[in-house]
Design a binder for this molecule. Structure first.
Ligand code: UDP
Ligand code: MG
Length: 319
């Protein structure tokens, strides 16, 4: 240990969600294990196979046979990255856990830096993006808008936030105990507080395979998480109602005045336009409310966030 007086030491668990990453898994296992061994840390790697359709699970099993510090769990189907992250955290036995992508877009060298900060007493170490890496103009714009909304709703600046984070055992326990189904890891891990440090990193190009996000899935992701973290759309409906009401007072006044003066317009077109406008506004508002009801319904059913079908390389309580 190169620290002269380390305040605490402990095992580091690295949680790596993997969906169709057969090429990345062996690479990630080798790179990260090599790095952590070089730094002399006690560690474990937990790969969460999120219902991949390729040979990711076989790759995880192979990595676990090769290195006894590698463990894996496999979902019964694809549950999404958030679920994979939470499963990995629940499975992790370390005194601190790092969540990172297994495509090595989060630079593994930063792991040691994060661990050192944890040793100094920080309970959450956030990786913040210096740049967003190579992304299309549309992607950047959409991400910006989304985070502006979310930052307003949560009062937490999320514009540079990432899923690359170290969490102390206490923080992990708090997150795992949360019952929310629509858990948004990136925001929740800030929301819980704790003494936080930041580590800047450059988003690396993907080492192998392709990104799992389509525009459609990103859009759904943004909507779900906005609804999970903010009731702003509901408040906007009320505001909209007030604005329309004020407008209608003005319009009503004008119409009455014209009527009394005997110069009422032949406003049939106006009536149709108003009807259409009001109809669509009402429908959209109902849709927003319905969306929240759907989310409540999902939470109330209380289904598990994920289902583990298989695991390998030993369980939490062993070793
Ligand atoms: N991932 C996952 N489940 C999914 C989609 C993605 O576990 O349904 C994992 C994926 O294997 C990777 C990480 O989440 O380790 C980030 O995914 P990706 O690299 O596709 O996203 P990007 O880096 O482009 O944001
Ligand atoms: Mg990636």
């Amino acid at each position: 240990m190169d620290e002269t007086n380390p305040i605490r030491t402990g095992r580091l668990s690295v949680v790596l969600p993997a969906y169709n990453e057969e090429e990345s898994v062996p690479l990630a296992a080798k790179t990260i294990a090599g790095l952590l061994e070089e730094a002399g840390l006690d560690y474990e790697l937990i790969f969460v196979n999120d219902g991949s359709r390729d040979r990711t699970w076989q790759a995880v099993q192979a990595a676990a046979t090769e290195n006894s510090r590698v463990r894996g769990i496999s979902f019964s189907r694809n549950f999404g990255k958030e679920s994979a992250v939470f499963a990995g955290l629940a499975w992790a036995g370390g005194d601190c856990c790092v969540v990172m992508d297994c495509d090595l877009q989060h630079p593994p060298e930063k792991l040691v830096e994060m661990y050192r900060l944890w040793q100094q007493g920080y309970q959450v170490v956030e990786g913040v993006k210096v740049s967003r890496g190579k992304e299309s103009f549309f992607h950047t714009l959409a991400a910006k808008t989304f985070y502006r909304f979310l930052s307003n709703a949560t009062q937490i600046d999320m514009s540079r936030a990432s899923d690359f984070k170290l969490l102390d055992r206490r923080a992990v326990d708090v997150l795992v105990a949360m019952r929310e189904k629509n858990a948004f890891f990136r925001a929740l891990s800030s929301w819980i507080g704790f003494s936080t440090a930041q580590v800047e990193f450059e988003v690396q190009p993907r080492q192998a395979g392709q990104s799992k996000w389509s525009i459609r899935s990103l859009f759904r992701y943004a909507l779900t998480n906005l609804a999970a973290f903010s009731t702003a759309p509901l408040k906007m409906i009320t505001m909209l109602g007030v604005v329309v009401f004020l407008l209608s007072l003005v319009m009503g006044g004008i119409s009455l005045w014209q009527k009394l003066n005997g110069q009422a317009l032949e406003g049939f077109t106006t009536v149709i336009l108003l009807l259409l406008l009001m109809g669509s506004i009402l429908m959209i508002c109902l849709g927003i409310i319905g969306y929240y009801i759907a989310k409540i319904y999902e939470e109330v059913k209380d289904r598990p966030r994920y289902i583990v079908a298989e695991d390998c390389g030993g369980r939490k309580d062993e070793t």
